[in-house]
Write a protein that binds this ligand. Structure first.
Ligand code: GLU
Ligand code: ASP
Length: 496
């Protein structure tokens, strides 16, 4: 985006009105609050919907398949951000992308709220994957657009926005989880209403609060490019349709082979991203060095998100199958455990922010923070193998073990997630700055693509080895990263 455009956008947004931040932050905060409310509410019960018996209102899939589907779903949701980012950059701008995305997501949840079958679930999955790809990276980009280049409120703005994300993620599992026993479809219906509320909020306040933010198309397609792209899209869709129509009945494209395919894409796409950025003539020597520094950080992020995201799959299953749910006089819904991560994020994020201010220049460097995050993530898995170590796998476990595991993982998340987002924007080559948001989300996509492959090793009998090996791998990687962190820091060429 040109300097002139950027300045015009900043001038069009009322610069005060939401906790001393641009008024548009109010709109984006609540839009994303509701989008995450619907996403995490849906995910909190989806895993159970997939494997609960049909007689209990579920789809009756086997547990391993259900957990793998949850992971590829999560992976594709973040991978599709590449398409969402491209459409916004080249065709309709971020604001429209957010709007269209919200509509698709809402219909995705509506599809799930109608009692149906596996086919209905897959239709909904496609809608939500495409919708989130349109909405999620773009709503975050608009946050960035509202601040002038040198505005030092920007990081704080992102922190407030991050609170909105987690507030939504905290409330919905409690609400949606409470109705799950009565009807899964009612739960998905609540998610749809949440997305509807987000859309209403966005549409009615954007004109007044967002000004020109999100309305420009930074790099529009020329007329000939348009024609070419349209042909490619039609061709692509036709090829995919033909492949599906022939490979599914032939038994070649099965859930298992699809999971393997996503696993491969999860690795190939970020690798291509790095190669293209590194080799581009638009990338300077300093930027090349920063790309090299970013690679180990990206790998660390993949390891971290692999464990964090298993909080919604493996640990959700653990909550359902291995945990005492009648505890301290109340009956706990297994879905409620999904509120723990965002609850801890909301409570601890301000403490971390304060700690970084207090430590000032003495705070750990970015690679050091990442290695600490891996140690905590690893520890969160080691902790959850202890109940089996002490009490075997036949008896039910005190829910406080899970609470402790989520808490430890969140400490890691606060050392990695906000730090990573800001480091990504600083380390990205200028020519690729618009795509950096999608690059960061690709770490979560790769992590969940890998998770889809490894969940098959999990069962109550193997849980100790499972948690031990993955937790141990994370700790080892953390130590390795700590050792090479001065080297990484030097490759970062001044970025802190
Ligand atoms: N949980 C955060 C969100 O939904 C982080 C996502 C990620 O980077 O994986 O926005
Ligand atoms: N902490 C996650 C994120 O920042 C939310 C979650 O896992 O529920 O959105």
């Amino acid at each position: 985006m040109s300097e002139f455009n950027r300045q015009k956008i900043v001038e069009s947004v009322p610069q005060k009105g939401f906790f001393g931040h641009p008024k548009g932050l109010f709109t984006l905060f609540f839009t994303e609050f509701w989008e995450r409310f619907s996403y995490y509410g849906m995910r909190a019960i989806l895993v159970f919907y997939l494997y609960y018996e049909v007689s209990n209102g579920g789809l009756g899939l086997d547990e391993t398949t259900a957990l793998a589907i949850m992971s590829i779903y999560g992976s594709l949701v973040y991978m599709s951000g590449i398409i969402g980012g491209w459409l916004a950059d080249r065709i309709f701008g971020t604001s429209k992308a957010v709007f269209y995305g919200g509509i698709l997501i809402m219909f995705g949840h509506i599809a799930l709220s109608i009692p149906g079958n596996v086919a209905m679930f897959f239709i909904s999955m496609v809608l939500i994957i495409l919708g989130t790809g349109l909405l999620k990276p773009n709503v975050s980009s608009v946050v960035g657009e509202m601040y002038a280049e040198d505005d030092n409120r920007r990081d704080a703005g992102f922190s407030i926005f991050y609170m909105g994300i987690n507030l939504g993620a905290f409330l919905s599992p409690l609400i949606v989880g409470s109705v799950m026993d009565y009807s899964f479809h009612l739960g998905f219906g609540i998610a749809a209403i949440g997305m509807f509320a987000g859309l209403v909020m966005f549409v009615f306040t954007k004109k007044k609060n967002l000004g020109l933010a999100g309305t420009t198309v930074p790099n529009p397609l020329s007329a000939t490019e348009r024609k070419k792209t349209l042909t490619y899209i039609i061709l692509g869709i036709t090829v995919i349709a033909i492949l599906c129509a022939t490979l599914i009945p032939a038994g070649i494209l099965t859930i298992d082979s699809f999971i393997a395919l996503v696993g491969i894409l999860g690795i190939i796409i970020p690798t291509m991203y790095f190669i293209v950025m590194y080799r581009s003539p638009k990338t300077t020597a300093i930027e090349r060095s920063r790309i090299l520094a970013y690679i180990p950080l990206f790998i660390a992020a993949v390891m971290f998100w692999s464990i964090q995201e298993q909080g919604a799959t493996i640990l959700a299953n653990y909550a359902d199958k291995r945990t005492q749910l009648d505890f301290a006089g109340i009956h706990i819904s297994p879905a409620w455990f999904q509120s723990l991560n965002p609850l801890f994020i909301i409570t601890l994020a301000p403490l971390f922010a304060l700690m970084w201010v207090k430590l000032g220049k003495r705070q750990p460097t970015v690679p050091q923070k990442f290695s600490l995050a891996l140690l905590f993530a690893g520890l969160s898995f080691i902790v959850i193998l202890l109940p089996a170590y002490f009490g075997g796998t036949d008896s039910l476990v005190n829910p406080l073990w899970l609470v402790l595991s989520y808490l430890i993982c969140v400490i890691g998340e606060l050392l990695l997630s906000p730090v990573g987002l800001s480091a990504t924007t600083k380390l990205a080559p200028a020519a690729f700055s618009a795509q950096t948001m999608s690059l960061w989300f690709l770490a979560s996509a790769a992590a969940q693509a890998i998770n889809a492959q490894i969940v098959k090793f999990y069962s109550a009998e193997t849980e100790m080895v499972y948690f031990g090996v993955i937790g141990g791998a994370s700790i080892l990687l953390g130590i390795l990263l700590l050792i090479i962190s001065p080297k990484i820091q030097s490759y970062m060429k001044g970025v802190r």
